[in-house]
Write a protein that binds this ligand. Sequence first.
Ligand SMILES: NC(=O)c1ccc[n+]([C@@H]2O[C@H](COP(=O)([O-])OP(=O)(O)OC[C@H]3O[C@@H](n4cnc5c(N)ncnc54)[C@H](O)[C@@H]3O)[C@@H](O)[C@H]2O)c1
Length: 235
Amino acid sequence: MELSAAKAIVTGGAAGIGRGIADLLISERASVVVADVDDETGKQTAAEIGARFVHADVTRAEDLRRLFDDAERELGGINVVVNNAGGVEGESYPDAPVERWTAVLELNLHSVMLATQLALERMQAGVVVTIASVAALGDTPHPAPEYAAAKAAVVRLTSALRARDGVRLTCVCPDSTRTPAMERTLASRPPGFDPGPMLEPNEVAAVVADLIRDDSARGRVVVVRAGEPVRVIAG
Ligand SMILES: NC(=O)c1ccc[n+]([C@@H]2O[C@H](COP(=O)([O-])OP(=O)(O)OC[C@H]3O[C@@H](n4cnc5c(N)ncnc54)[C@H](O)[C@@H]3O)[C@@H](O)[C@H]2O)c1
């Protein structure tokens, strides 16, 4: 798909990687709805980059339905959905109470499945790009196992479903990226802690743009790390 033909929803688009994606798509003449729970930052970002803003908590099915209705009306249709909203902070499984780790699964897995299902229902043709994480991969310990498990699940959702009726599913697994969430994580580490090489949001956005452009990408999952070539691990 030409990016100039994209009519895109970017969830969690107010800040961080989502903002980077929305910004890059608009610079390529796409039309974009930024969806976020943070109204103040969302409205400001939308005004700065030339997007529309719609309030939506992606964990709420009714918010997602209204988001798709509003975006269809505002953009004259939808052909791209970027499932970007996600993350984890605070106490993790198994120490965290059930409500807390369930909320991580709702944000990082359930919401992606809900939005993808709506995309398949509403879009005639197009692409879904889900932002997973390198946390999904490999066999090393992770401080938030429920987050790693949810991200692994969306990777496999993408490669298992691949495509349906002209709608392609794709997924990006970024390594550490300089975003507000990452700044909060680093603030909780000891002074002098070295997080290692870090991606910028626009580097992740460039990979998302390539997956939107490449009509042969079906069930494709790619890994992006600072200073390394993009690696295709499925599709
Ligand atoms: N930053 C990293 O190092 C990194 C690495 C790998 C993967 N990721 C993934 O990239 C995505 C974006 O991460 P980020 O670092 O930019 O996060 P961030 O916290 O900096 O920004 C996330 C945005 O999503 C919004 N959001 C949070 N919950 C929401 C909800 N329920 N509904 C709608 N919007 C919501 C926030 O308000 C914020 O604007 C996440 O899925 C994250 O898991 C991040």
